[in-house]
Design a protein around this ligand. Structure first.
Ligand SMILES: CC(C)(COP(=O)(O)OP(=O)(O)OC[C@H]1O[C@@H](n2cnc3c(N)ncnc32)[C@H](O)[C@@H]1OP(=O)(O)O)[C@@H](O)C(=O)NCCC(=O)NCCS
Length: 123
């Protein structure tokens, strides 16, 4: 096992909220249904969404930020314990396979108006 890449990103929560409000369709371009909505059917809070956006940016950095990755080919899902995990498919899975990535680690945080994420790609 070895570390293939690491990525970090921060997102200002109010700015992220404004971008979603200003650009119809942006939320659906970036997130899948299970990220946008809680199991209860309520929309996920904006700070958690901003952290998920940061996770996708961090994941892209861990892969060297090549062109052509689809945002919806990376999903942040949550274990029963509450721990977030990454699942990838399509464009992201293909790039990860090229680099030999076998597993992902992600950590999210949001406080003081900022959401952030760190991603580690392990081979
Ligand atoms: C390259 C990219 C990640 C930069 O992100 P950003 O939000 O504009 O800028 P940030 O301030 O967060 O990060 C800037 C840092 O990214 C790093 N960076 C730039 N290109 C990079 C690359 N190809 N790989 C990894 N890190 C890179 C640099 O260190 C840069 O800091 P520096 O200019 O001081 O050296 C962004 O433009 C990008 O391509 N995003 C990916 C979009 C995407 O693929 N989405 C789908 C993912 S599922």
């Amino acid at each position: 096992m070895s570390i293939i890449g690491v990525g970090i990103d921060v997102a200002e929560i109010d700015r992220f909220r404004a971008s979603l409000e200003r650009t119809p369709g942006l939320a659906d371009r970036v997130f899948i249904e299970e990220e946008l909505y809680l199991p209860s059917g309520e929309r996920r809070g904006i700070a958690s969404l901003a952290a998920r956006f940061a996770a996708k940016e961090a994941l892209a950095k861990a892969l060297g930020a090549p062109a052509g990755l689809y945002w919806t080919d990376a999903e942040v899902y949550v274990e029963d314990s509450g721990q977030p995990r990454l699942r990838v498919k399509g464009t992201v899975a293909a790039r990860a396979a090229e680099l030999g990535v076998k597993s992902w680690h992600v950590s999210l945080s949001h406080d003081a108006g900022v959401a952030s994420a760190v991603v580690v790609a392990e081979g």
